[in-house]
Design a protein around this ligand. Structure first.
Ligand code: PMP
Length: 373
């Protein structure tokens, strides 16, 4: 099997699986005052320490959630329900994941003014120009999940804070985490969303970084776990697995980046003679995510053809499941081209031979499938 859908999800690493098993053994409730509870709470604390260290944050700045969808919603509704009581504007990029975009749409329906900034060449300037002192939230992802485009969120947030110090800044860093440089202090973000299953941990676990001194109300009320920001008994196995995966990946981020960059280079080289293949991913984007259009082939048909040869990719973004991609539209890619777009997303375990197999399969698809609707 050649798995090139790592932006959708990754295979949990051995360390994560082992840590999850230990977490199941250690079945106490972290809130219990006895030793069984204490053992569970120690696993949670150890994972918190690891995740905090991985982005240069303090342990008290890391809140475990069920994943980045919850982290994003907590950040966005949290900003709206605090600073947003007096400041009614939200500025956000037009290429966010649906868990950001649709949370903002829901707030627009409640009467907030949401300004979506398209990903043009002057994106940063336009974003900054849209922020005023009536802005409660500025949200910009670090790396796009469909194209790998990298945004200079640090530059944007630094300016936002100069224009309007009370505006909360939020970054969905899911596709950058443990892949591209990410330090909380250098991002000027009040809140950062992370997801476990994109970094070889299981699904259903993520984290929200909230800068010390920033206070937002929770989405969920209850027993007050996670310092009141995320009530609900902690999923000890998932948290322990997240910690184990992060521990492993944070030790070799640069090496993995170099390996994956070589894979991307090979993909470009091998595709260069094939004039019907074009790359939508910008130069300087993340090598982990590659958006490719194959003229004359429908992405879904192509996806299943590749699957029949044991190669797994996604059509656009896996989250949109066949739905038209808002991101490709925002990038100005015409519908016909978007319909022929696949996403090839790598992890460091992929090999150059696998890239060769993909390109061979694409060529075979072109000759066998041309004209198939
Ligand atoms: N943001 C981005 C950029 C993503 O790629 C994803 C996952 N597709 C999410 C948020 C949602 O993460 P989760 O699956 O952990 O809810």
């Amino acid at each position: 099997m050649v798995y090139f859908d790592n932006a959708a999800t990754t295979r949990p690493c051995e360390a994560a699986v082992k840590a999850a098993a230990e977490g199941f053994e250690c079945f106490g409730n972290p809130s219990s005052l006895h030793g069984v509870g204490l053992a569970a709470s120690q696993l949670v604390s150890a994972a918190r320490k690891t995740v905090a260290a991985s982005i240069g944050a303090l342990e008290q700045e890391i809140f475990f959630t069920s994943g980045a969808t919850e982290s994003n919603n907590t950040a966005i509704f949290g900003a709206a329900n605090s600073v947003g009581r007096h400041k009614k504007r939200i500025v956000v990029s037009a290429v966010e994941h649906p868990s950001v975009a649709n949370a903002c749409n829901a707030l627009a329906a409640l009467g907030l003014e949401v300004v979506f900034i398209p990903p043009t060449d002057d994106f940063c300037e336009r974003f900054i120009a849209a922020v005023n002192t009536d802005t409660c939230l500025a949200s910009c992802m670090l790396c796009n999940n469909e194209t790998g485009a990298v945004f200079d969120a640090a530059r944007i947030f630094k300016q936002v804070k100069k224009i309007s110090p009370r505006t909360l800044t939020h970054c969905d860093a899911v596709q950058a985490y443990l892949k591209l440089p990410l330090r909380a202090g250098r991002l000027f973000a009040d809140m950062i969303s992370l997801s476990g299953h994109k970094v070889h941990a299981p699904k259903g676990i993520g984290a929200l970084y909230v800068k010390k001194g920033v206070h937002i109300p929770p989405l969920l009320y209850g027993g007050g776990q996670e310092n009141g920001l995320r009530s609900g008994t902690e999923s000890v196995p998932l948290i322990a697995a997240f910690g184990a995966a992060v521990d492993q990946l944070s030790k070799n981020t640069d090496t993995r980046y170099r390996q994956v960059s070589l894979l991307r280079e090979r993909l470009h080289e091998k595709c260069a003679p094939l004039s019907w293949i074009s790359f939508n991913s910008p130069d300087g984007g993340s090598p982990y995510v590659n958006s490719i259009s194959c003229a004359g082939l429908r992405s879904e048909v192509l996806l299943h053809y590749l699957e029949s040869r044991g190669i797994y990719v996604s059509s656009g973004s896996a989250c949109s499941k066949g739905k038209k991609s808002g991101v490709l539209t925002a990038l100005g890619i015409p519908d016909a081209k978007a319909d022929s777009t696949i996403r090839v997303s790598f992890c460091a375990e992929n090999t150059p031979d696998e890239v060769d197999a993909l390109v061979e399969a694409l060529e075979a698809a072109k000759s066998e499938l041309a004209g198939v609707k």
